[in-house]
Structures are given as C-alpha cells and as structure tokens.
Design a binder for this molecule. Structure first.
Ligand SMILES: Nc1ncnc2c1ncn2[C@@H]1O[C@H](COP(=O)(O)OP(=O)(O)O)[C@@H](O)[C@H]1O
Ligand SMILES: [Mg+2]
Length: 346
C-alpha cells in the first residue's frame, strides 16, 4: 500500500485541550513512517488552526493555516505561503466538545475526507451519557440507577428534591457531556447538592445524577478491523482518590492500571459480551473504550460510559489494552489509518 498523508488534528476548544496535546505527541511519534506521512494540525483554545509539517515531534514552530474544502477532501494551507497539505485521511485526537461529539466528524463527512474512528451520530450519542445509558438499558445491559435534568430544571429546587427522594445519598452528580471528570462530584449530604449541580452545569449538556457506587473501575478496548470486532481483556484503574478525578487521572503518582484486571472469568465474559453488544448497538466504527463499574459490595457489574476517542498517550489504557490482543501501538495506528481509508461503509 502506498504511503498515505495523514492530518493528526489535536488541541481544540474543549477543557481537554492539554490531554489532547499529550495524545497527539504519542500518536505522532508512533506512526510508522513507512505507512504514513503525518502533519500535526493544532486547534488552539480559541479555535485557530495551525500546521506543523515535521513528523519528528510536535514541539517546533507552528504556522497559522486555513482549512479549505472542495467537497472531495480538505486542504490545510499555511498562511505564510508554505506548502499546502492535502491529507488522504484525518486522525483526530481531539477529546471532548467539538472533537469527540460528532461535530468534527459531521464537518469531515461534508468535506468528503475519510477519518479514523466513529462517525457523526455514533460520536454524538456516545458523548452524551444519558443517551448512551438509554441504549444500554434497551440492550438489557445494567447501568447505575440514574435521573437526568435539563439545564433549566437542574437549577430549580425540584432537582434536589427528586434526587434526595429517588436516589438518596451518597449520590454522584456529573455533566452528561463532560470528560476527564470535569464537573463531576460525589455528594454525601443534601446541602451539597446545589454546588454539585452548579459544578456539573459548568460543562456542556444535561446533568446526570447517579447512585454512588463504591466500585472497581474496569475498562475494555474495542478495535474493529476488516469487519472483525476485537475486544481486549478488561484492565482496571486503581486510584486512591474518592473517585477517579482529573488529578487522579493525569497527575497523581499513586494512580495505576492493572492489565489485565484480576477478576473472575464470569465478570470477564460479561464485560466482553456487553462491550461487543454496545459497540454494535451504538454503531461505533473502528475503536472505542468501554468502561464499567464492578460494585465492591455486591459484585454487580454496571456499564458506565463509552469513549469514542479515548486517551492515546503512552500511559493510556486504550493502546495498552490493545497491546494485550497482540497489536502494538505502531500496529494499532496502522490498522486505524488503513481502516479509515477502507472501511467507509461499515
Ligand atoms: N455513579 C458513580 N458512582 C461512583 N463514582 C462514579 C460514578 N460515576 C462516575 N464516577 C467516578 O467519576 C469518574 C468520572 O466519571 P465518568 O462517568 O467516567 O465521566 P468522564 O467522562 O468524565 O470520565 C469515574 O471514573 C468514577 O471514578
Ligand atoms: Mg470516564
């Protein structure tokens, strides 16, 4: 197969900008140069577009650029008169709003350029934890008991009353369309609810209230390639915070992952089956990381969320879990890039 040109888009306007920069660094350094010529395309926090053509890293000079389309592909044109880059496909590692929620995918569909990963609708549905839970329940997959509130009703006292009456305490409050644990908090007393809801409203989308589950956190990587869906063994997140918050995810040294997770065959099989069912039911394409809670008290397994653009750093669980299935980081990226060019009809 000929060497393809890939635009690795990262950064972005969401609060997960910094995480995306780390993912892009890892992706750019692991792309097999025999397979692809990569250009780094950075979206700044205010939405500006910058390109860097070096493939050896992403820390050199970036040049402001325009993103243009004739409907049969895209071009990234440096505004300093430098060479235009016309990618054969896009590999977006934009996490969160605008990048992971279907908006970029819809734009790329309109522009007529293939891209790695889930399509527009699937990305949008998976970004919204309320829609995802409804689909999981429709498939008979257990999810944590929950209530949802739109942005208006979340603010009136009714939401607090309903949460207290129907879910009780402790309860977990989070934004339906957040990521990296932004806007999420656990609440043990009714008087903390108002602040927790306001915190969730700092992120996009509706507000989700869930019964608090003292849980082991299991994550599973799904990779579909050539029509075959590969599901990794589950890995476990081990942290010593009250919950897996932003610091525990990205900076605390005492958080770690165990791959594969030390769990019973029965739970492994459930995670495997639920992941495959959800990947199909949510029309995911190529990749997703599917997360579960295993209740420490009851051993009940609950589906938590689907990430259509999971972390891609060297430490991230998605590439590590795929490695367990026999494909290393380079091989994973090659499979995704080739798949993006071949699997448009999946
Ligand atoms: N119902 C819950 N009970 C206990 N902890 C929860 C619950 N929901 C989320 N958490 C904690 O918050 C973290 C972030 O929530 P999650 O739903 O995964 O959103 P995000 O998209 O921000 O990762 C989880 O990894 C877990 O530690
Ligand atoms: Mg999560």
């Amino acid at each position: 197969m000929k060497r393809v040109r890939v635009a690795v888009i990262f950064g972005g306007k969401s609060r997960e900008h910094d995480v995306s920069v780390l993912s892009a660094k890892a992706v750019l350094s692991h792309i097999d140069k025999n397979v692809a010529e990569a250009a780094a395309v950075m979206i700044s926090r205010d939405g500006g577009i910058y390109i860097q053509r070096e493939t050896a890293g992403i820390c050199r000079q970036y040049v402001p650029a325009e993103l243009c389309t004739d409907g049969h592909g895209i071009e990234i044109r440096p505004t300093d008169g430098g060479e235009t880059f016309r990618p054969d496909c896009v590999f977006s590692v934009l996490h969160g709003e605008y990048g992971e929620d279907g908006r970029l995918q819809g734009m790329l569909d309109m522009a007529g350029v293939p891209y790695v990963g889930c399509g527009c609708t699937s990305s949008a549905v998976c970004m919204d934890k309320i829609y995802t839970k409804i689909i999981a329940e429709h498939c008979g997959i257990p999810t944590v008991p929950w209530l949802s509130f739109d942005r208006e009703t979340a603010k009136d006292g009714q939401a607090e009353k309903e949460i207290s009456e129907k879910l009780g305490f402790p309860v977990f409050i989070k934004p339906a369309c957040g990521g990296s644990s932004f806007g999420a908090s656990s609440v043990t007393r009714p008087e903390e609810l108002c602040g927790a809801i306001a915190n969730a409203l700092s992120e996009p989308g509706r507000v989700l209230a869930e019964r608090f589950i003292p849980a082991r956190e299991l994550e599973c990587a799904v990779l579909s390639s050539d029509g075959e869906i590969i599901v990794s063994p589950p890995g476990e997140i081990i942290h010593s915070s009250g919950f897996y918050d932003y610091e525990a995810k990205y900076s605390r040294q005492d958080s770690r992952t165990e791959v594969p997770a030390d769990i019973s065959d029965e739970i492994k099989t459930k995670v495997y089956n639920y992941s495959k069912i959800l990947f199909r039911a949510l029309s995911c394409r190529q990749l997703a990381r599917i997360d579960f809670f295993l209740d420490k008290r009851t051993s009940e397994l609950y589906f938590n969320e689907v990430n259509t653009l999971p972390g891609f750093t060297d430490r991230s669980l998605y590439p590590r879990l795929i490695e367990e299935t026999g494909t290393d980081f380079e091989g994973l990226l090659t499979s995704l890039i080739r798949g993006a060019l071949n699997d448009r009809d999946i």
